[in-house]
Design a protein around this ligand. Structure first.
Ligand code: GDP
Ligand code: CA
Length: 326
């Protein structure tokens, strides 16, 4: 429907890692849209002197078709010889980094050391791996999620990988975000977009840091495009990861309605699972259009089907208004 109304509509996707990459693959599989993806860099961390950017790499590897499909992250057909050597040298090796993956981190780190723009490096890596969709970084500055637990503040990867999301999250902060500047490519993409899609990514630690970079939320609010999100929560739980527990411990309801409330100021529509269809009325009472679909993406077919639905809903909404209740 969208593509009959507009010539190559410009679609911008805000995405984290695994959930973001599934939506990215779906949208990238649709001919006739001009897609750009804005990824999350706040999970980035240095390991063994190398700069690792997990969410950007998940997007890149997924779109390049070289991702480990079972895990949803990392490369297929990986080895662990570099990590084994590091371990035998006494290094801390709780963060799994595969042999081929190490090659990418070496390349990224060397180019950063030369002073190249992180955005350019990410774009070059994606192009080299055969990804044709522009992958934008929201900022070239370093912004890192910190997780406040009862035992103190830890990095996101310490929380996520080392401690397997076990600690209760008391607060989240994005170190460096106040000084961070958005990239001109990100602002231009948001401004020019015909539709902006929020992937079913963790709203707090994947989409949250993108929105926290000064100027990005404002750009989204000012953008003429409709904004449509896909819920990462299905029937009160996550498909994977800690988003539900994180939301609950930070006082947000871990439900499709909780996602709607969290994004209420910024989105026009939310795609929820059919299992959550009875939340639609309460979501629409917030002034957000609610659409029920099967939003679990198991296969490539699921991803493309959901992407088509998101585009159809998003573009049809140009004439769609729901009034917020007083
Ligand atoms: P991460 O950076 O790797 O943690 O990935 P994201 O932040 O992009 O995505 C994590 C979220 O994706 C979790 O909250 C999951 O519930 C959600 N998710 C994963 N797969 C699916 C799916 O197939 N459908 C939907 N709706 N959400 C998904
Ligand atoms: Ca992530």
């Amino acid at each position: 429907m969208c593509c009959q109304l507009l010539e190559k509509p410009k679609v911008v996707l805000l995405a984290g890692g695994v959930g973001g990459a599934k939506m990215a693959e779906g949208l990238a599989g649709i001919a006739g849209i001009d897609l750009k993806i804005i990824g999350n860099i706040a999970d980035d961390e240095a390991f063994h002197g190398l700069w690792v950017s997990p969410d950007i790499d998940t997007l890149t590897y997924s779109l390049a078709g070289v991702i480990n499909r079972q895990q949803g992250w990392g490369l297929a057909d990986e080895g662990d010889r570099a990590l084994t050597m590091l371990k035998s040298l006494g290094a801390d090796t709780w963060m799994f980094l595969g042999d081929k993956d190490f090659g990418l981190h070496i390349y990224r780190t060397a180019r950063r050391a030369k002073g190249d723009r992180p955005s350019q490096i990410a774009a070059d890596i994606a192009t080299s791996l055969g990804v044709s969709v522009p992958l934008l970084l929201p900022t070239d500055d370093v912004v890192q999620t910190r997780v406040q637990t009862d035992d103190g503040s830890i990095s996101f990867q310490e929380y996520f990988v080392k401690l397997r999301c076990a600690p209760d999250v008391r607060a989240l902060s994005f170190e460096g975000v106040e000084q961070a500047r958005p990239t001109s490519e990100t602002l231009a993409a948001i401004e020019a977009a015909d539709l902006i899609v929020f992937a079913p990514s963790n709203p707090l630690v994947s989409i949250g840091p993108i929105l926290a970079i000064p100027g990005i939320k404002e750009a989204l609010l000012n953008a003429p495009a409709r904004k449509i999100a896909v819920s990462p929560i299905i029937a009160g739980g996550v498909v994977k990861g800690p988003a539900d527990r994180m939301m609950a411990s930070l006082g947000l309801e871990a439900s499709a309605l909780g996602i709607a409330r969290h994004y209420a100021q910024i989105i026009d529509a939310l795609v929820i699972d059919r299992q959550d269809a009875d939340s639609a009325k309460n979501i629409e009472a917030l002034g957000i259009a609610a659409f029920s679909e099967d939003i679990l993406m198991r296969s490539k077919k699921d991803k493309i089907r959901l992407a088509h639905a998101v585009l159809d809903y998003g573009f049809a909404m140009s004439d769609y208004h729901v009034e917020a209740l007083p």
